[in-house]
Design a protein around this ligand. Structure first.
Ligand code: MRU
Length: 342
C-alpha cells in the first residue's frame, strides 16, 4: 500500500502535517497547521477526517496548544489547556474518538500537574504518539480478525472511507482488504460513492485502486441492484460511535446498506477500534448526529446548482444502523456478536 501519511507531527516546527483530504484524488496537497483555529477548521472542513484519524489529530493538536500555553503559571496553563480542549471537542460531534483522545490527553495532563510545565509537555507528546501507534496496531489487528470471516475471491462492499486515509494504518473496514490483497485473496471490492461528500469515490476508490486492488465504484442507490446480482459476499463498514447495545453511527447511508444486506442475507460487519465504542450511551438514540450545510447537497461538485435556490435540504452527516442489522462488530480485541457486551 502507498504511504498516505494522513497525520504526522513535526515537533521541531510545532506543526501537524496532514494530507488534505478535500483535494483528493486530483491533488496531493499537504497542509502544515500550528494554530488552534487551523486545527478546528481542519476537522470541521474534513481536511482530516475519519473517526480514528480525527482522534490522533486531536491528540497532537491539544499537545501543540499546550506548547503555546507554556510560560504561564500552572493554573493558567491548565485553564488554557481546558479551553482549547473544549474548543477542539466542539469541532464535530459524532465520532467519539475526538473526545476520547482529548480526555485521554487531559488525564495525562492532570497526572503530571505537580511537575514543571516542560515535563507535562513531554508527557503529552508521548501520549499523543502512543495514541497514534496504538491506532496503527489496532487497524492491523482488526484486519487479522476480519480476515477470518472472509474467503478467497469474495466480493466485498464498503461505504464511505474507513481506509488508510481515515486512520493511521490499514484502515478499519479496509484492513482485511489490504491484508487479503497482500496474501493473494483476490477480493473484488465495491465502493459506494457516498453522497454528498463522495468519500467512497474520492478516497476509498483512490486508495484501494492505488494499492492494486480490483475496485468497482457504484452510486449509493445501486447497492440493492448490486446485492441482488449475487456479487457481494460481505459488507464491511467503519464506525464513528458504537453504543452499548451495538447501535452504530457511521456515514449517512450506512443503515440503508445494512437494511439491503439483511434482505439479501449478506453478512454486515462493522469494523472499528475499541476507541470508537462508547459504552456510556445505552443506544444509538443518544448519539449526537452532525447536520451539515445545504450546499453540500445542492451545489458542491457541480458547475451550476442542481436544486432550486433556497430549497429546504435535509443533510445529516451520519445515520445509526440498528444493532439488529449488524452481524458482528470487529475490533482489535476480538469479534463481538450480539447481544453485545464490550
Ligand atoms: O464525515 P467523515 O468522512 O469523517 O465520515 C467518516 C465515516 O463515516 C467513516 O466511515 C468512519 O469515520 C469510520 S473511519 C475508520
Amino acid at each position: 500500500m502507498q504511504n498516505l501519511q494522513t497525520v504526522a507531527l513535526d515537533d521541531a516546527a510545532k506543526e501537524i502535517v496532514i494530507l488534505d483530504q478535500t483535494r483528493l484524488p486530483n491533488d496531493r496537497r499537504m497542509l502544515r497547521l500550528s494554530l488552534p483555529e487551523q486545527f478546528y477548521t481542519a476537522i470541521r472542513k474534513l481536511e482530516v477526517r475519519g473517526a480514528p484519524a480525527i482522534g490522533v489529530f486531536a491528540a497532537y493538536a491539544i499537545y501543540l496548544c499546550a506548547c503555546r500555553a507554556d510560560g504561564t503559571d500552572r493554573d493558567g496553563f491548565y485553564r488554557e489547556f481546558t479551553k482549547q480542549k473544549e474548543y477542539l471537542a466542539s469541532s464535530r460531534p459524532t465520532a467519539v474518538n475526538l473526545s476520547w483522545a482529548l480526555e485521554r490527553m487531559d488525564g495525562v495532563c492532570k497526572d503530571h500537574m505537580s511537575e514543571p510545565i516542560p515535563s507535562i509537555l513531554k508527557a503529552l507528546k508521548e501520549e499523543a504518539e502512543k495514541i497514534h501507534k496504538e491506532d496503527e496496531d489496532a487497524c492491523r489487528q482488526i484486519g487479522e480478525n476480519a480476515l477470518t470471516l472472509l474467503k478467497k475471491g469474495d466480493g466485498l462492499l464498503t461505504h464511505c472511507n474507513a481506509g488508510a486515509l481515515a486512520t493511521s494504518g490499514y484502515g478499519t473496514a479496509t484492513a482485511a482488504m489490504y491484508l487479503g490483497h497482500e496474501r493473494g485473496y483476490d477480493f473484488h471490492i465495491y465502493c459506494d460513492e457516498t453522497r454528498p461528500l463522495l468519500q467512497g469515490a474520492r478516497l476509498t476508490a483512490y486508495e484501494l485502486s492505488a494499492a492494486g486492488m480490483d475496485v468497482m465504484l457504484e452510486c449509493d442507490n445501486m447497492v440493492a441492484s448490486l446485492m441482488s446480482s449475487g456479487r457481494i459476499n460481505a459488507v464491511l463498514v467503519g464506525c464513528d460511535r458504537v453504543a452499548a447495545n451495538g447501535d452504530t453511527a457511521n456515514k449517512i447511508g450506512t443503515s440503508v446498506v445494512a437494511l439491503a444486506a439483511k434482505h439479501y442475507k449478506i453478512p454486515f460487519y462493522v469494523c472499528g477500534p475499541m476507541s470508537s465504542i462508547d459504552p456510556s450511551l445505552a443506544s444509538g438514540a443518544d448519539i449526537p448526529i452532525e447536520q451539515r450545510s445545504a450546499g453540500e447537497v445542492t451545489s458542491m461538485w457541480y458547475e451550476q446548482p442542481m436544486a432550486p435556490k433556497d430549497i429546504k435540504v435535509y443533510n445529516p452527516a451520519f445515520d445509526v444502523t440498528d444493532h439488529s442489522l449488524i452481524t458482528a462488530i470487529v475490533t482489535e480485541t476480538g469479534i463481538f456478536y450480539p447481544p453485545y457486551s464490550f
